[in-house]
Design a protein around this ligand. Structure first.
Ligand SMILES: Cc1cc2nc3c(=O)[nH]c(=O)nc-3n(C[C@H](O)[C@H](O)[C@H](O)COP(=O)(O)OP(=O)(O)OC[C@H]3O[C@@H](n4cnc5c(N)ncnc54)[C@H](O)[C@@H]3O)c2cc1C
Length: 456
C-alpha cells in the first residue's frame, strides 16, 4: 500500500507535511514519552478547512488508517500523540472567530487559541470563561475534546457549560451538526454533550458555537500564606461559606510553594504550610469581596495575607500560581494526577497524597483547583532509576484509589488519554464500558478515530 503521506499529498497538496523533521514536531503532546515517534512513521495533515478534514477522513476510512485529531498538543495524557502508520490531523490552522454580540455567542474554528478567543470576546465587553492554565497554548478544539476546566471553574464551570453546538466530521467524511445557536432548545438527544470530552475518538470538531457572558470586573486577588497544611485547608473550608463565590480559589501546598520560589522569586516564604489564592470579579464589588475573603483567611489561621487593590497588584499576586507548571517541570520528572473529589473531602485527599509519598519514599507536591476539589498531585522520580519510576507509578495508583474511596474520579479535567486507561474500566464498570464502546461504534464503526485513547 502506498504511504498515506504520498497519497494524501496528491489529494491535499501543501496541507500535508512532507518534511519528516517538521512532522516529528507533531509526534507528541505534553505527556512524557520515553521515545516519541519519528516523523517518518506517521503522516501529518494541517487542515485549513472543513473540506480538508472531510477529504482526510474519507481517505482514512477507505484505507483503514487511524486518525489522531490534534490541536495545541498540550494534553498531559498522551491523547494527542501520533500513532505508527497513522494520520495526525491538526486543526490548529482553522482559526476563524465570529462574535455575535447581541446573541452572546462566538462561532469559532477549532484551532482558535483559548486566550485569543477570551481576548476577542473581552474587546466586545464579553467573556468566554473557561481558562485552562494552558490558555495561551491550547485550542478550542482540544478544549472541547477534553471538556477542559481551568482556574475559574469554581464560579463559572467547565467547557461543557459553554458549548451550544458543534460541527463534527465523522470517520468516512460525513458532516454532522449538533446542538443549536439559540439560548434554549431540547429537540433530540444531547449529542453535543456526547462529543464534549470524547478525546477525539468520535470525530473531528470543525466548528464550535460557544456561549459568552457579560465581562465581569477585572479580578482582584487575595494571597494568604498559612503556617500549616491544616490551616490552609481550614482556609478553603472558610471560603465555602462565603456568600459570593470566589471567581478563583487555588491551593499550593508547602512543597509546591517551595518549588515555585526555587524557580523564581515570587515573594513566597520557604517552608510554609501552604498558600491560597482567591479572587473576586463580581461587578462593582471586587474590593468588598476580597476584603471579606482576607478576614476569613486570617480567621482560619493565615500568617500573612496580601490584598491586591488594583489589577496590576492582582496579577503580581497570581504570578506565582501561573509559574507552578514550569516550576514543577524544572523540579524534575514527574507523574501528574488530575483526581477530583467532592469538595468537602479535599483536605483528606491532600493529606493522603503526602502519606502515600512518604510511604513510597518520593517527593510530592499537591496543588490545583481547590474550589472544585480537583487537584494535580505530582510524584517526582529519577528517570534513570527503574525502582524510583516504579514507586511513582505505584503512588499514582494509590492516589487514584484514594480518590475513589473519597467518592471522586480519576480525572477532573485532563481526560483519560493513554495515561489513565488502566483505571478506566475499574471506575466505570464493565457494563458501562460495553455501553460506551457501543456508542463509539455507532460513530466510528471501523475504530479508526484515536484508537487506544480514552474509551476507544
Ligand atoms: C502547562 C499546562 C497547564 C494545563 N492546565 C490545564 C487546566 O488548567 N485545565 C485543563 O482542563 N487542562 C489543562 N491542561 C491540559 C490541556 O491544556 C487541555 O487538555 C487542553 O484542553 C488541550 O487542548 P489542545 O488544543 O492542546 O489539544 P491537544 O493536546 O492537541 O489534544 C487534546 C485532545 O483533544 C483532541 N482534539 C484536538 N483537537 C480536536 C478537534 N478539532 N476535534 C476533535 N478532537 C480534537 C485530541 O485528539 C486529544 O484527544 C494543561 C496542560 C499544560 C501543559
Amino acid at each position: 500500500m502506498a504511504s498515506p503521506t504520498a497519497d494524501l499529498h496528491r489529494l491535499l497538496g501543501d496541507r500535508v507535511v512532507t518534511d519528516p523533521d517538521v512532522a516529528t514536531g507533531f509526534a507528541s503532546d505534553a505527556y512524557p514519552q520515553a521515545q516519541p515517534l519519528s516523523g517518518t512513521e506517521f503522516t501529518v495533515v494541517r487542515a485549513r478547512s472543513r473540506e480538508d478534514v472531510v477529504t482526510t477522513l474519507r481517505y482514512a476510512a477507505e484505507h483503514r488508517v487511524p486518525v489522531v485529531p490534534q490541536g495545541g498538543r498540550t494534553a498531559t495524557t498522551g491523547a494527542a500523540g501520533a500513532l505508527p502508520g497513522g494520520i495526525v490531523l491538526s486543526t490548529a490552522a482553522m482559526t476563524t472567530v465570529e462574535i455575535l454580540s447581541q446573541e452572546r455567542i462566538a462561532v469559532v474554528g477549532p484551532g482558535v487559541i483559548n486566550a485569543d478567543l477570551r481576548a476577542a470576546a473581552a474587546e466586545r465587553g464579553l467573556a468566554y470563561p473557561p481558562d485552562p492554565a494552558s490558555s495561551a497554548m491550547c485550542s478550542i478544539g482540544g478544549n472541547v475534546a477534553t471538556n477542559a476546566g481551568g482556574l475559574c471553574c469554581v464560579k463559572y464551570g467547565v467547557t461543557a457549560d459553554y458549548v451550544r453546538g458543534l460541527e463534527v466530521v465523522l470517520p468516512g467524511g460525513a458532516v454532522v451538526r449538533t446542538g443549536r445557536r439559540t439560548a434554549k432548545g431540547v429537540a433530540g438527544y444531547d449529542l453535543t454533550g456526547l462529543f464534549v470530552g470524547s478525546e477525539g475518538t468520535l470525530g473531528v470538531v470543525t466548528e464550535a458555537v460557544l456561549r459568552l457572558l457579560p465581562l465581569g470586573d477585572p479580578a482582584l486577588t487575595v494571597l494568604a500564606v498559612f503556617p500549616t497544611l491544616a490551616a490552609t485547608l481550614a482556609g478553603v473550608d472558610a471560603l465555602r461559606g462565603a456568600r459570593h463565590t470566589p471567581s478563583l480559589l487555588e491551593l499550593l501546598d508547602g512543597p509546591s510553594v517551595d518549588a515555585v520560589q526555587a524557580y523564581g522569586d515570587y515573594g513566597f516564604p520557604l517552608g510554609s504550610g501552604g498558600v491560597l489564592l482567591v479572587q473576586s470579579d463580581r461587578a462593582g464589588h471586587t474590593l468588598e469581596d476580597v476584603e471579606e475573603y482576607a478576614v476569613a483567611m486570617r480567621a482560619a489561621g493565615a500568617s500573612e495575607v496580601a490584598v491586591a487593590e488594583d489589577r496590576a497588584e492582582a496579577d503580581l499576586l497570581l504570578a506565582g500560581r501561573r509559574a507552578l507548571n514550569p516550576a514543577l517541570h524544572a523540579k524534575g520528572h514527574r507523574f501528574i494526577e488530575d483526581v477530583c473529589v467532592p469538595v468537602t473531602r479535599l483536605g483528606e485527599l491532600v493529606r493522603r497524597v503526602h502519606v502515600i509519598a512518604d510511604a513510597r519514599g518520593l517527593d510530592a507536591t499537591c496543588g490545583g483547583h481547590a474550589g472544585d476539589g480537583n487537584l494535580h498531585p505530582c510524584f517526582f522520580y529519577d528517570p534513570d532509576d527503574p525502582a524510583s519510576r516504579a514507586a511513582a507509578e505505584a503512588a499514582f495508583d494509590d492516589v487514584v484509589r484514594a480518590a475513589w474511596e473519597l467518592g471522586g474520579t480519576l480525572t477532573g479535567e485532563h481526560g483519560v488519554g493513554v495515561q489513565k486507561r488502566p483505571w478506566l474500566a475499574e471506575e466505570l464498570g464493565v457494563a458501562e464500558v460495553a455501553r460506551q464502546r457501543a456508542v463509539k461504534t455507532l460513530f466510528d464503526p471501523l475504530g479508526i478515530m484515536n484508537p487506544g485513547r480514552g474509551i476507544a
